[in-house]
Design a protein around this ligand. Structure first.
Ligand SMILES: NC(=O)c1ccc[n+]([C@@H]2O[C@H](COP(=O)([O-])OP(=O)(O)OC[C@H]3O[C@@H](n4cnc5c(N)ncnc54)[C@H](O)[C@@H]3O)[C@@H](O)[C@H]2O)c1
Length: 275
């Protein structure tokens, strides 16, 4: 396939939480499909409540190298999604460099554990600030120039299986990820007239530093009845989902092959949500 025939040729994607895990995979796969990439990540601890290590500037540099290895351009910055002004500045820089924005993957997120009435208020607030308000800041930064450009586009929010089905031990996380569904679907209605589609993805356990967070096991040990809420899927679930498999859905939602799909919740769960 020649470069101009690639499904996302000439388009530009803005990806949050891009230093590692699913975000990095999405950057690489969007680039492989022909898009240039704007990548941002905090590259530092974002909450004291996480049981897994934070990403680093070296992680983001690796994403840059991988995207460049695909032959595409990438603008990468250390930005916390809670910083609305920094996201606006990055969008301005991206428009100067690339001239347009077509695809947005609001992927940055945190997950930590505890019963709702026992967690400190900061744990609740950090989770809502990153997972929900961070996406709000992304939307406020990207949507006006997308409307102005008049090219339509695709916005993809990364929710979770825990944004559809109740999960014990992370009600704060569920609240943020259920909240994303409301944001996604209302925004889809508002942006329909501009040809901009908005959909959410709902992964189950995925093989990233977040998905391998061992602190969850302490919670299950302390509250063994919770295990029933983490049922297997319909497909074999002997391993975590590969980030690349989530990227298959992102690339599909980003491109014209999904042109009829908006205000939709796309499961990436091996059937877990039906069990
Ligand atoms: N891993 C799973 O099992 C799983 C399952 C369902 C949903 N998700 C969701 O998928 C998304 C990606 O998670 P992942 O599995 O790749 O985890 P991850 O921890 O490997 O990657 C998340 C990235 O987001 C970045 N990030 C976090 N807070 C940020 C902030 N405030 N500003 C900028 N960047 C920030 C982190 O630095 C990290 O690089 C998250 O929204 C997560 O909630 C993950």
């Amino acid at each position: 396939m020649s470069e101009s025939e690639l499904p996302l040729a000439g388009r530009v994607a803005y990806v949050t939480g891009a230093a590692r895990g699913q975000g990095r995979s999405h950057c690489v796969r969007l680039a492989r499909a022909g898009a240039d990439v704007v990548a941002l990540d905090a590259c530092a601890p974002v909450t004291e409540h996480n049981g897994y290590a934070a990403s680093t500037p070296e992680d983001l540099a690796e994403t840059v190298a991988l995207v460049e290895g695909e032959g595409r351009k990438i603008l990468a910055r250390e930005v916390d999604v809670r910083d609305a002004e920094a996201q606006r500045r990055l969008v301005a820089e991206a428009l100067e460099q690339f001239g347009r924005l077509d695809i947005v993957v609001a992927n940055a997120g945190v997950l930590n554990w505890g019963r709702l009435w026992e967690i400190p208020a900061t744990q609740w607030q950090d989770t809502l600030d990153v997972n929900l308000t961070g996406v709000f800041h992304t939307i406020q930064a990207v949507v006006p120039p997308m409307i102005e450009a008049g090219n339509g586009g695709s916005i993809i929010t990364v929710s979770s299986a825990a944004g559809v089905k109740a999960v014990p031990g992370c009600a704060h996380y569920c609240a943020s990820k259920f909240g994303l569904v409301g944001l996604t679907n209302s925004l889809a209605v508002e942006l329909g007239e501009f040809g901009i589609r908005v959909n959410s993805i709902h992964p189950y356990g995925t093989d990233t530093p977040m998905g391998n967070d061992l602190s969850m096991y302490q919670l299950l040990q302390d509250h063994p009845t919770y295990i029933h809420s983490f049922s297997p899927g319909a497909l074999p679930t002997d391993s975590l989902i590969a980030p690349n498999e989530i990227s298959d859905i992102v690339v599909w939602l980003a491109g014209d092959a999904s042109s009829l799909v908006t205000a939709a919740q796309i499961p990436a769960d091996k059937g877990y949500l039906k069990i």
